[in-house]
Design a protein around this ligand. Structure first.
Ligand code: ADE
Ligand code: ZN
Length: 322
């Protein structure tokens, strides 16, 4: 089977990062929002990122077009349709409530809008879904706690919590209390760590936040004892190779450490992160690592199998999806 179409789960996907320029302009027109770009071409030309922060500035700015439940529904529906075309059978989807509530959009509008698309996804696209609510790590711990509190009426729609946004200078321990509260509510826990930040942030996310998966985790390779621990404890890493190139965490795809990470016995998965911005959905990502890193079909199948193993599907559900 062509690597793009291998049945797979996507575990690291920011729904706001699936906002394609065409939809952004359509929503801007519908909601009377003026974008600082003449057209979709000019917007696409702005996708020349220096680092994570320069991407985040554009990413948060473009969210100004998202206002109503219907907007969030349309955003998620468009992603699910594209994901299905690329072999995705299960998607664990991040969203950033604080990026919307800060603009005056109610958290219920966000969750119910996304939820409407997710509710139809299995039937329409054959894609099962989970929703993971991320806290912005460059906002305060109090803001994260208030966000968890505001999400309480919608917890039936939320499987877990995550941590994203600008990493360096915002270590995981800042969010100890909100992760404890999330665990007490029965929520699963993941966190971005070791994308731009040091390997020590990965260790801290495991020890202090009790996360089950590490999002990115790229920089674990700088700490041999951490690699040993991740291998021993079968902690999944949700790698995003195209994102790492665009945000300059690695120079070129050909030098991405994915093959070395797999060879070290790490439980690696590959994902798209923010596919509208980084040049490919997850099937495209499989194809790109196949070409650039000379991964063979056995290794691609291993990555696809890992994606179900690392998912929050129950064991029997994960087997059925594969
Ligand atoms: N938010 C969206 N994409 C992100 C990434 N790659 N790292 C941190 N925060 C993000
Ligand atoms: Zn991410």
């Amino acid at each position: 089977m062509h690597s793009t179409l291998l049945p797979k789960a996507e575990l690291h996907l920011h729904i706001e990062g699936t906002l394609e320029p065409e939809l952004a302009f359509a929503l801007a027109a519908r909601n009377g929002v003026e974008l600082p770009y003449a057209d979709t071409e000019e917007l696409r030309r702005a996708y020349l990122f220096e680092d994570l922060q320069s991407f985040l500035d554009l990413y948060y700015g473009l969210m100004a077009v998202l206002h109503t439940e219907a907007d969030f529904e349309e955003l998620a529906d468009a992603y699910l349709a594209r994901a299905a075309e690329q072999g995705v059978r299960h998607a664990e989807i991040f969203f950033d409530p604080q990026a919307h509530t800060a603009r005056g959009v109610d958290i219920g509008t966000v969750i119910e809008g996304l939820g409407r698309a997710l509710d139809r996804s299995q039937e329409r696209y054959g894609v099962s879904t989970r929703l993971i609510m991320c806290f912005l790590r460059d906002e305060s711990a109090e803001s994260a706690l208030a966000t968890l509190d505001a999400a309480k009426p919608y917890l039936h729609r939320i499987t877990g919590v995550g941590l994203d946004s600008a990493e360096v200078g915002h270590p995981p321990a800042k969010f100890r209390e909100v992760y404890e509260a999330a665990a007490a509510l029965g929520l699963r826990r993941v966190a971005h760590a070791g994308e731009e930040g040091p390997a020590a942030y990965i260790t801290e996310a495991l020890d202090v936040l009790g996360v089950e998966r590490i999002d990115h985790g790229l920089r674990c390779m700088e700490d041999a004892s951490l690699v040993e621990r991740l291998v021993r404890d079968r902690i999944p890493l949700t790698l995003c190779p195209l994102s790492n190139v665009r945000l300059r965490a690695v120079d070129v795809l050909e030098s991405h450490p994915l093959p070395q990470m797999m060879a070290a016995g790490l439980l690696c998965t590959v994902n798209s992160d923010d596919p509208s911005y980084f040049g490919g959905y997850v099937g495209d990502t499989f194809h790109a690592v196949h070409e650039a890193l000379a991964l063979d079909h056995g290794q691609l199948r291993e990555l696809a199998r890992n994606s179900f193993l690392a998912s929050f599907l129950e064991d029997d559900e994960a087997l059925r999806e594969r």
